[in-house]
Write a protein that binds this ligand. Structure first.
Ligand SMILES: C[S@@+](CC[C@H](N)C(=O)[O-])C[C@H]1O[C@@H](n2cnc3c(N)ncnc32)[C@H](O)[C@@H]1O
Length: 247
């Protein structure tokens, strides 16, 4: 049984808008079946399990899954968190068919579409794992926010490269993370057979504040919530978020 609203959790201001969007979905009395794709070490999975939900994390990183296990056990929710080593592009290879299980009520895909081989395939795999009417919470990096952050950080050439959707630091061994814009993200979500709700900006100001800033975290969180759904502020946020439902 869910025990508390996520709003009651002391969560970072930078993800306040995501938790606020999830609150109506996860804050009720029903225990949900949640799939966290690329859930890593459990930044979302563990708080969701603490609310009473059953969470399956699929992630290719054995290290992240080991940290997830430790974190879930320490939080006393180990029985409600399952880690599965696997790839977002190939969920069908590691999860039982949705037809057999009824499908997940909610999936998370946070900060993962930037690194998977093919975001469209990953979203289709997620849609296939949901029950009809099930929802997916998608969070990605926002290209406009990345441009602004590089420019303010004193890297105008990298900012210009990002503006043209080019690798800001070509030549590195690791490929550049993908960035998205709102229209492109919504189109991608729709192409997977998902119906998106309104999009919001995630971390409009939190990532821009100096670590040394003495701004009160509660005040930053309140500001983030006020700016998340309002243009022009959301347009330059560090991230984008949308909740979408399987038709
Ligand atoms: C930036 S972390 C995000 C973690 C978590 N979703 C969050 O928001 O805190 C990206 C995660 O994606 C995972 N990942 C990388 N490639 C992946 C793939 N092909 N499919 C699923 N997850 C992947 C990484 O192992 C890592 O845990």
């Amino acid at each position: 049984m869910p025990t508390a609203s996520p709003a009651a959790e002391q969560l970072p201001a930078r993800t306040a808008a995501v938790w606020a969007a999830l609150d109506p979905v996860v804050g009720g009395a029903t225990s949900l079946r949640v799939l966290d794709v690329g859930g890593g070490s459990g930044m979302f999975a563990v708080p969701l399990a603490r609310l009473g939900h059953e969470v399956t994390v699929v992630d290719p990183s054995a290290d992240a899954l080991a940290t997830l296990r430790r974190r879930a056990d320490t939080a006393g929710v180990g029985a409600r968190v399952r880690g599965v080593q696997g790839d977002g592009d190939r969920l069908h290879a590691v999860l039982p068919p949705a037809d057999d299980t009824g499908g997940y009520d909610l999936a998370l895909c946070h900060s993962v579409l930037e690194v998977v081989d093919d975001p469209a395939v990953t979203l289709r795999e997620i849609a296939g794992a949901l029950r009809p009417g099930g929802q997916v919470s998608v969070a990605t990096a926002n290209r406009a926010g990345a441009v602004l952050a590089r420019a303010l950080g004193g890297h105008p050439r990298e900012a210009l490269a990002l503006l043209a959707d080019q690798d800001p630091t070509p030549g590195r061994a690791r490929p550049a993370r993908r960035r998205f814009d709102p229209a492109g993200l919504l189109a991608l979500v729709r192409s997977a057979g998902l119906e998106p709700g309104p999009w919001r900006g995630v971390s409009v100001v939190a990532d821009l504040l100096e670590a040394s800033s003495d701004a009160a975290p509660d005040a930053v969180r309140t500001l983030e919530l006020a700016l998340a759904e309002a243009s022009p502020y959301r347009d330059v946020a560090a991230g984008l978020h949308v909740l979408a439902a399987r038709k």
